[in-house]
Design a protein around this ligand. Sequence first.
Ligand SMILES: [Zn+2]
Length: 297
Amino acid sequence: MKKLWLAFLLTAAAAQAQFTIVFDYTYDTEEFFTGTNLGRQTYLEAVGTYVSNLLSPTALNAITPSGGNTWSATFFNPGDGTSDSVSNPTYAANVYTIYAGGRVLGGSTLGVGGAGGFSASGSGTWFDDIRYRGNGTFNTGWGGSLSFDTATNWYFDDDINTTESFAGQFDFFSVALHEIVHALGFGTTTSWTSLVNAGTFTGAYASAVAGENPTLASGNGHWAIGTMSTIVGTETAQETAMDPDIAANQRKYLTELDLAGLQDIGYTAVPEPATLALLAGAGALGLAVRRRRRVRA
Ligand SMILES: [Zn+2]
């Protein structure tokens, strides 16, 4: 009986799996994820799965150019930071494509991430197809890009459900999570900026979680430094994943406030029981560490 019950649960979960984050390493010219570092792709993809499992009911239409409807996807090149583009790509339904790589980011920056843009010619509905992908009037476009600092001493975690000490290192999981959420549009699309007012965020989901309009950090792309919430699906207090910075030896999971911000820009959260199962084992974290290096969009 137990096995049958488990099989039923797995089937139910699989039926919801509509939203997939696909990483593309074409522009990883500094070989942060390729060459001798090929094994790191597994770590990034695990974070993508962690995020998409929290958002899986969100459905996005395919982007399919044809005839007079043509376009270019624009994004920052993760390997050199320059503006780049792909001419007339097709993206499959429910796939969100993120170009990933690394380079020396300089200063105290651990990672950068953002949603992509586009240029197009064709019908008005074609523009809407690219901009919204059938997801109402939310700017959930084709994807985006992210890049990690190649000069940082990274901690790569083989099991993200357990926490351990990694003194002197920065947590790849936490920074990848932060940059993926930026690439999904958090702080980086007009769906976000349209909800910014006088240094606060007015989205209904986030305001309900925080009990007020959350205060934003300088630049309006993050929650204010030190903003607290609880890890999604748990009662465990944690500094938000989407405040601007992180210390060495610090792990951050997605919090309810982070998830609410994503809901406010058009993503749908899975019901709580699924996230509870996913995050079981995420314990209390050492948050009193001094922040030495910053993460930003
Ligand atoms: Zn950021």
